[in-house]
Design a protein around this ligand. Structure first.
Ligand code: NDP
Length: 404
């Protein structure tokens, strides 16, 4: 078991390829395929050791099957877009090949972040004796694994989880998204949602905010969003009463987003423009900077963590488990910005866990269902160290008092 096929040569996929190429003991054969061959070629040139490349349209399952048959990988890592999840999973089933991704499937015409379509593959993956690892980026991904670690080592019962995600960096552009613009804007403009006492509670987009104190960054205004890992953590963390997700956005980002929304540029339904059907959000994506182009001169840090409250040995306890990642250091190491780095490194490490047999099983798994410790040890060695800190009663006051 030593061969990997990576699909998607964008911001995060290029990180997976470059990091795999720095670990040839594990990844003896690396193949990168994407829609635009030129992008694969650029990544190939930047890799520290040799990888092979090809062009593919991953929406077409037959093409993915053919490529898997040619390359014969032990695992396919899907770093394309959520729209391709199902066609790539189908190809993995047809060829009995393990599968891993970082974002859950979404139909193109509906921004509905849900695992239901991929969880429906459980029996088929089990019957074929292969595993699908879902959501192995940072959030979902490392954050979900922090929660699994907390459940195993720090708590008898976890009662509340607040996932707190801050990008305190500056890329110097008027408006740009740190990962695929289409997926980012679909995520941010959907209705907010959190889970409490067994029910999902919806709020208007970006209507709830509070101050969160981020390690190594400080207090930053953060907005309540719905994020896909909440759906699986609700199933997999015992005793949970509440889970929420918070993300920072600069005033500048919100100003631009508001205007784009008001003029209809974030619409995902087709409109006729000069007799041609276009999707406004897809056109906007074409105009915006590619997330993979932001690394140069990006300064500042990301600070992303899980704040957990619960009970251990009859006593109330609270922790934050977090990682801080510096944009400039990622750029210096592999010419990437921290948001793609924190997505790609976990995907590479997840693939390594499967190839080494440290994560094994038959069926479809969210990452928090798999052993957290070997993953966390390896992800720290590969550039994403993690810190566990106990919180005092007086910490994170604003966060704990809002909408709970
Ligand atoms: P990019 O837009 O930079 O990269 C996506 C790549 O996929 C592009 O190279 C694109 O090709 C390629 N692609 C798109 N459609 C196809 C297709 N049909 N066949 C083959 N290749 C295709 O996005 P990111 O790298 O920022 O994001 C990649 C994924 O990572 C997304 O699913 C995103 O949601 C996820 N993500 C997860 C995070 C986490 O923490 N879990 C955080 C950030 C991102 P082309 O260049 O030709 O358009």
């Amino acid at each position: 078991m030593d061969s990997i096929l990576i699909i998607g040569a964008g911001a995060a996929g290029s990180v997976v390829a470059k990091k795999c190429a720095m670990d040839r003991d594990t990844f003896k054969k690396i193949h990168l395929a994407s829609r635009t061959l030129e992008k694969c070629r650029k990544v190939q040139q930047d890799c520290k050791s040799e990888i092979t490349i090809s062009q593919i349209d991953a929406d077409d399952t037959a093409q993915v099957i053919k490529l898997i048959e040619e390359q014969n990988p032990d695992i396919v890592v899907n770093m394309a877009l959520p729209y391709q999840d199902i066609s790539i999973m189908d190809a993995c089933l047809a060829t009995k090949t393990h599968y891993l991704d970082t974002a859950n499937y979404e139909p193109k015409d509906e921004a509905k972040f849900s695992y239901k379509w991929q969880w429906a593959y459980q029996d088929r993956f089990r019957e074929k004796g292969i595993m699908a690892v879902l959501g192995c980026g940072f959030d979902p991904g490392v954050i979900s694994i922090y929660c699994a670690y907390a459940q195993q080592k720090l708590f008898d019962d976890i009662l509340t989880i607040d996932i707190v995600d801050c990008n305190d960096g500056n890329h110097g552009k008027a408006f740009a998204t740190n990962f695929n613009p289409e997926i980012n804007i679909r995520e941010v403009t959907q209705r907010g949602k959190y889970w409490k006492d067994g029910k999902w509670i919806e709020v208007d987009p970006l209507s709830v905010s509070c101050m969160v104190d981020y390690p190594e960054v400080g207090a930053r205004k953060s907005f309540l969003l719905y994020h896909e890992e909440e759906e699986s953590l609700v199933q997999n963390i015992r005793g949970l009463k509440q889970i929420r997700f918070w993300m920072t956005f600069s005033d500048n980002y919100i100003k631009h987003l508001e205007v784009l929304q008001n003029v209809g540029m974030t619409r995902i339904d087709p409109v006729i423009h000069n007799g041609v059907e276009i999707i406004p959000l897809q056109f906007l994506k074409t105009l915006l900077p590619e997330p993979s182009s932001l690394a140069e001169n990006y300064t500042g840090k990301t600070s992303i963590g899980a704040i957990l409250r619960g009970v251990k040995d009859g006593k109330k306890v609270s922790y934050i488990i977090y990682n801080v990642c510096d944009h400039a250091e990622c750029s210096q190491e592999i010419n990437s910005q921290a948001v793609s780095y924190t997505t790609g490194v976990p995907a590479m490490v997840g693939a390594k866990m499967v190839l080494k047999g440290l994560w094994s099983g038959k069926g479809v798994f969210n990452v928090e269902e798999l052993p957290p410790v070997p993953f966390l040890e390896e992800v720290a060695k590969r550039g994403l160290p993690w810190t566990v800190k106990e919180l005092k009663e007086s910490d994170q006051k604003d966060l704990f008092s809002v909408v709970s």
